[in-house]
Write a protein that binds this ligand. Structure first.
Ligand code: AP5
Length: 218
C-alpha cells in the first residue's frame, strides 16, 4: 500500500514536493492545511472556528481537524493510499489516525530553522492550482500571477513573521515528538530538505521507491 505521511516544520517544502509525488504514486494529496483554508474561505461553521487559530499560527483543535480528515479519508479515491501532508501534528492526532488507518511510511523533512523564516515570508501561493512559489528561489515568470493558470498569487495570512515564529515554536513542542513516535514503529525516513527542489525530490522518491514497486526511484 502507499499510505505516506509528510512530517516536517513549516516551510520545509512538504507542499512543494507533495503534488507531483502524489500524482506519480496515483494517490490523493491530502493537506489538512488546504482543507482548513477551504473551510475558512467557505466561511463554514468549522472554518469560522479554525480561522483565528490559523492566523495566529496555533494548531486548530484536534476534534475539528479530525472531523475534516475522516470525511476526506472516507472518499473512494483514498482507499488504496494517500499522501498526508500536515497531519498528524501531535501525538494525540497520531493515535487517532492509527485507529482509522495503517501508515506505511513517514518522511521526516529536516532543515535548519534559520532557513525557514526567509522561505515562508517570501512564499506566494496559487489559490486555484495550489502551486507554491518563492519570490527569491522559485519566482513566477510574471510578477504576481501563476505560470500555469494566470491566477493572482496570494500571501497566506500565517506567513507574517510573527505567526511564522509561533508556528515554528508550536512545531518544536507539539509536532517534533512525532519523529520518535514513528521511528519507534520502524517507518520513519529522514529527508534532507536543503538543496534544490529537484534534488530534494530525488531523495523523496528514493525513500518511497519500495512502496511503489519500482526498482528505480520513481
Ligand atoms: P499547513 O498548511 O499544513 O502549513 P505548514 O505545515 O505550516 O507547512 P507549510 O505549508 O507552511 O510549509 P511546507 O513545508 O508545505 O512548505 P512549502 O512547500 O510551501 O498548516 C497551516 C495551519 O493550518 C497550521 O499552522 C494550523 O493552524 C492549521 N493546521 C493544519 N493541519 C493541522 C492539524 N493537523 N492540526 C491542527 N492544525 C492544523 O515551501 C515553503 C517555501 O519554500 C515556498 O516559498 C517554496 O517555494 C520554498 N521552497 C520549497 N522547497 C524549497 C527548496 N528545496 N529550496 C528553496 N526553497 C524551497
Amino acid at each position: 500500500m502507499r499510505r505516506v505521511i509528510f512530517l516536517g516544520p513549516p516551510g520545509a517544502g512538504k507542499g512543494t514536493q507533495a503534488a507531483s509525488l502524489a500524482r506519480e504514486m496515483d494517490v490523493p494529496h491530502l493537506s489538512t492545511g488546504d482543507l482548513l483554508r477551504a473551510a475558512v474561505a467557505a466561511q463554514s461553521e468549522l472554518g469560522r472556528e479554525a480561522e483565528g487559530h490559523m492566523k495566529a499560527g496555533r494548531l486548530v483543535p484536534d476534534d475539528l481537524v479530525l472531523r475534516l480528515l475522516r470525511e476526506r479519508l472516507d472518499q473512494p479515491d483514498a482507499r488504496d493510499g494517500f499522501l498526508l501532508d500536515g497531519f498528524p501534528r501531535n501525538v494525540a492526532q497520531a493515535v487517532s489516525l492509527g485507529r482509522i488507518t495503517l501508515v506505511d511510511r513517514v518522511l521526516d523533512f529536516r532543515i535548519p530553522s534559520a532557513s525557514l523564516i526567509e522561505r515562508l515570508t517570501q512564499r506566494r501561493n496559487c489559490p486555484k492550482c495550489r502551486r507554491v512559489y518563492n519570490l527569491r528561489t522559485q519566482p513566477p515568470r510574471n510578477d504576481a500571477v501563476c505560470d500555469d493558470d494566470g491566477t493572482l498569487l496570494v500571501t497566506r495570512p500565517d506567513d507574517r513573521e510573527e505567526a511564522v515564529r509561533t508556528r515554528l515554536r508550536v512545531y518544536d513542542t507539539e509536532t517534533a515528538p512525532l519523529s520518535e513516535y514513528y521511528r519507534g514503529r520502524g517507518i520513519l525516513r529522514p529527508i534532507d530538505a536543503l538543496g534544490e527542489p529537484a534534488e530534494v525530490a530525488r531523495r523523496v522518491r528514493a525513500a518511497v521507491a519500495d512502496l511503489t514497486g519500482s526498482s528505480e526511484p520513481l
